[in-house]
Design a protein. Structure first.
Length: 178
């Protein structure tokens, strides 16, 4: 019978997230995670074979959290979808700072990860497709929110303007669809 694990994958991900939040993506190493967890590097590698596996675990967790915030949205209503997307973005961005987002961007350097992300976006665009004015407005609002996300990675939110910029997107969407 083996030893009882002293730390879980979820706890390691919590600690990995703290390392990135405090020191950026470069602070996340197997050694640093092991030290933060109070276990050996081998103990970390039991759960995550590499730094890439840790990053993948973080991305999977963030994606699942975002999807839970998004909720179950009807595939036939692009406006409902984009309104929920804006709300989920607003909520998730409170927890996801620029250092975390930077780590997500570095994740895309792997072609397989990039393909998975492209597929995710294709799924989003399928949900907001169509030629109606509402579908067009939903796509523009979605693109604006994604642009804000990228700008936030580059530090646009240092003055706390993130929320008001999302407010602008929502107000413009309401005007376009009134």
């Amino acid at each position: 019978m083996g030893r009882t694990p002293t730390i879980s994958r979820e706890r390691l991900l919590d600690l990995a997230e703290a390392l990135v939040r405090d020191g950026g993506g470069s602070a996340l190493t197997i050694g640093a995670l092991a030290q933060a967890a109070g276990i050996s590097k081998g103990g970390v590698q039991y759960s995550f074979s590499s730094k890439d596996a840790i990053v993948r675990g973080l991305i999977d967790r963030w994606t699942a959290q975002f999807d839970a915030l998004l909720g179950d949205v009807s595939a036939d209503d692009p406006l409902d979808f984009v309104n929920r997307y804006i709300a989920a973005t607003r909520t998730s961005q409170e927890a996801l700072d620029a250092k975390m987002a930077g780590l997500m961007v570095s994740y895309l350097e792997d072609p397989a990860n990039l393909q998975e992300t492209r597929d995710w976006y294709r799924g989003i665009f399928a949900r907001i497709s169509g030629t109606s004015p509402e579908a067009q407005a939903a796509r523009v609002a979605f693109l604006a929110v994604e642009g804000l996300f990228l700008m936030r990675i580059n530090g646009i939110d240092k003055d706390g303007s993130w929320g008001s910029l999302l407010d602008d997107v929502e107000a413009t969407l309401r005007r376009l669809t009134a």
